[in-house]
Design a protein around this ligand. Structure first.
Ligand SMILES: C[S@@+](CC[C@H](N)C(=O)[O-])C[C@H]1O[C@@H](n2cnc3c(N)ncnc32)[C@H](O)[C@@H]1O
Length: 336
């Protein structure tokens, strides 16, 4: 049996997504659709966009689940705190790390902008995909931000490049073996050559194939960033260490739903918190938390203030960050 995938917008896509949502059946969804949605996004595409984000990963075992509006109470509490500390005329700078598609960063930016001059930098390490179509191939290969292959997309077909196809679809399995052998090596060398030539975040067309860099930020966030330099979307590693120190500091650094033992071991979480804290300017705030249910649950958050090289908890929302023991009160700034 051959399993079809969702590769185009239209009647099949709408029916398949409705059935998946109702818990009837499953279809692989082509990540190449993200590029199409960025070029021509409409509110009606939101369901498809959600399914696509659910098919992307933010590293091993880390999902990219996020949703507009899930942190409204936190945004309001933060705005009150900032007004008390800085008044309403001081420009406020924020770094929202591990923001996924940045839709909650955009919520925060809009909410704070109503009260202060504010600039928000939203960052994520897994911020983009690459799609590579070798010239002689009818399949496009999708790679993640680390240039690891994740999918082959052909007409009506989505074959996983990262996992075996289910045994009940032997034809998909056979096709996968052929694609891994004959298409993947060409796509890998095209992408490597592009990255080595400094192509980084650019598209490229050559007589050997075409390469596209597809950002994973929500189309609404890309539009907001194009409109104002006060809302920036960047690639940034939470664990950027002394080899790539960040000299920039912010009045607010927020890390939600990322620095948790669900995603990383405790030492790694501690390290991430230490690095995030070093980016808070003296007198500024570090916000750490997790949504109690992955999609819409209340955001359990603790706000810490930086005084000299100490972090002190000043308030909690919904019982606070669940792992306060992982927060080292002494801040050590990585050497520049
Ligand atoms: C569940 S999402 C959190 C999204 C958003 N902060 C929210 O709460 O709605 C976790 C994010 O962590 C990101 N991530 C994983 N490892 C990272 C790293 N080393 N540096 C930066 N971001 C990372 C993933 O790409 C993913 O987007």
């Amino acid at each position: 049996m051959l399993k079809r995938g969702i590769t185009e917008r239209g009647a099949f896509e709408r029916k398949a997504i409705a059935q998946m949502r109702a818990g009837h059946g499953w279809w692989p969804v082509a990540l190449t659709l993200l590029a199409e949605l960025q070029d021509a996004y409409q509110e009606a595409d939101e369901e498809l966009l959600e399914v696509l984000y659910a098919h992307t990963a933010g590293g091993y075992g880390v999902h990219k689940m996020t949703r507009a509006g899930r942190m409204q109470a936190l945004d309001a509490r933060l705005a009150d705190e900032l007004e008390t500390r800085y008044g309403t005329h001081t420009p406020i700078s924020v770094h929202d790390m591990a923001c996924s598609n940045a839709i909650t960063s955009l919520d925060m930016y809009r909410s704070l902008s109503d009260r202060f001059p504010v600039s928000v930098q939203a960052s994520d390490y897994f911020d983009a995909l690459w799609t590579v179509t070798p010239d002689e191939s009818v399949f496009t290969v999708v790679f993640d931000a680390n240039a690891s292959p994740v999918q082959f997309v052909g007409r009506g077909m989505v074959i996983s490049a990262s996992h075996r196809e289910p045994f009940r679809y032997p034809l998909n399995g056979a096709l996968r073996a052929l694609l891994m052998k004959f298409v993947l090596p060409t796509a890998v060398s095209l992408l490597q050559a592009h990255l080595e030539s400094g192509g980084n975040a650019n598209d490229a067309d050559s007589d050997q194939g075409s390469i596209r860099h597809v950002r994973l930020f929500h189309p609404k966030c890309l539009a907001a960033a194009a409109e104002s330099t006060n809302f920036r979307l960047v690639r940034h590693d939470l664990f950027a260490t002394s080899t790539q120190p960040s000299t920039q500091q912010y009045q607010v650094v927020r890390v939600m739903n990322a620095l948790t033992p669900h995603h990383f071991d405790a030492d790694r979480v501690r390290e991430g918190i230490r690095i995030a804290a070093s980016q808070v300017e003296p007198g500024g705030l570090l916000l750490l938390g997790r949504s109690s249910e992955e999609s819409d649950g209340a955001a359990r958050t603790t706000a810490y203030v930086r005084k000299d090289d100490h972090l002190t908890s000043i308030w909690t929302l919904n019982d606070g960050y669940e792992w306060p023991d992982l927060v080292d009160p002494e801040i050590s700034t990585p050497p520049a």
